[in-house]
Design a protein around this ligand. Sequence first.
Ligand SMILES: N[C@@H](CCC(=O)N[C@@H](CS)C(=O)NCC(=O)O)C(=O)O
Length: 316
Amino acid sequence: MGELVGGVWQRGGIGTAIKDGQLRRPPSLFRNWIVDSDGPAAFPAEPGRYHLYVSLACPWAHRTLIMRRLKGLEGLIGLSVVHWLMGEDGWSFQPGVGVVPDTVNGTQWLHQLYTLSEPHCTSRVTVPVLWDKVTRKIVSNESADIIRMFNTAFDRVGAAEDDYYPLALRNDIDAVNTRIYDTLNNGVYRAGFATTQSAYETAVADVFATMDWLDEHLAQRRFLVGERLTEADIRLFTTLVRFDPVYFGHFKCNRRALVDYPALWRYTRALYRHPAIRPTVDFEHIKRHYYASHSWLNPSGIVPVGPDLDFETPVT
Ligand SMILES: N[C@@H](CCC(=O)N[C@@H](CS)C(=O)NCC(=O)O)C(=O)O
């Protein structure tokens, strides 16, 4: 892992992100917004102006990749994909299957992108990153914001019209997002990165309370909120699809597997089979990243072969 301090890369482990045995996520540093506006704007929506940097392994970056596809933004917003291994110098563009180099800035390491934007910044170096080619600045490194921008900002310059954060459902989406973020999206990380037994057990209790609730909630419904796909489903999906391959074993969230939850497993498969979602899922990057990058959790770096899962099983 590691982080930037005053613009200088410092190697380090997970230690700096842990306090009292618990994972503490610092707020994202770059929180600017692309706007669809006729007036002056720092970051106006324009085709070809912005570039997205993701990891195929990362659930937060995965949200942005799905939204980019759902909104038909592939031709409007470019893409780079980091190597699955996050080593001592963080994310890189070392050659590898599925890696898409940084053709915009020619960086080798993601931290170089952060210092290009902000030469003296102090920050963790995370994906996703949304880059502006005109100002040569990072617009945002916060996935929750990036998917909202993608949802509407480019509608007048060629994006698909679908709305994944509709006005009438916003309160419900926000409420569900909050619950799922704390207890599940981030809950699995709190469990996996805990360094005390009690922090781990608290996190696992949260994870499974939410999994139980979701299984009940989805027993009679196709989507989390309302009758249609919304950003709440996208945010949940990227955690669920990693649950059995990674979080169950590597993060010790092993009271039950996702496949043991009938409604949740059906829901995950249904989303997986969505034509805009399936091409964004890369189990090689997902499994290799977690098992090989977190050496304090898995010193051998061995990537488990299983579990055998069939995401393709049709949903009845
Ligand atoms: N708040 C950020 C979190 C992103 C995040 O934590 N990404 C992880 C990968 S899954 C990362 O890049 N971690 C590197 C680090 O913390 O040093 C978001 O949702 O965009």
